[in-house]
Design a protein around this ligand. Structure first.
Ligand SMILES: [Zn+2]
Length: 118
């Protein structure tokens, strides 16, 4: 397994836009069909663009409080994910980690979280 994990996105053959997650219907920027996409590995690392702490949540998992960050990946796309750490601030550099957990029904899942890089 790579460290940090890799995320499978794509690059549009029409306009070179990089996207994650892959869009099965085509490019939202130039309209090129999905058949013109090239798979692209994106490193799960980037910088925090916005951050919020969740104190109330409509599912039992993850347990509150937890922190959600808007993360601009090094490869370009922006994702939202849980960011671990006590003092996460805008501008922090973060790195993805795979975390074992379980869903609301107790089934095992693997989630991608981010941690502030040291
Ligand atoms: Zn495009």
């Amino acid at each position: 397994m790579t460290d940090p994990p890799l995320m499978m996105g794509h690059r549009c053959g029409g306009c070179s836009r990089v996207a994650f997650p892959p869009d099965p219907y085509g490019c939202e920027k130039c309209g090129a069909p999905a058949s013109e996409f090239e798979e692209l590995e994106l490193e799960a690392s980037g910088s925090v663009q916005a951050v919020a702490t969740v104190h109330r949540h409509h599912h039992p998992k993850p347990t509150t409080p937890f922190t959600v960050g808007v993360i601009k990946l090094t490869g370009g796309p922006v994702v939202k994910a849980i960011v671990e750490g006590n003092k996460v601030v805008v501008g922090d550099t973060v790195k993805g980690v795979l975390v074992d957990g379980e869903d609301d029904n107790g089934n095992p899942v693997v989630d991608l979280h981010f941690r502030v890089a040291t």
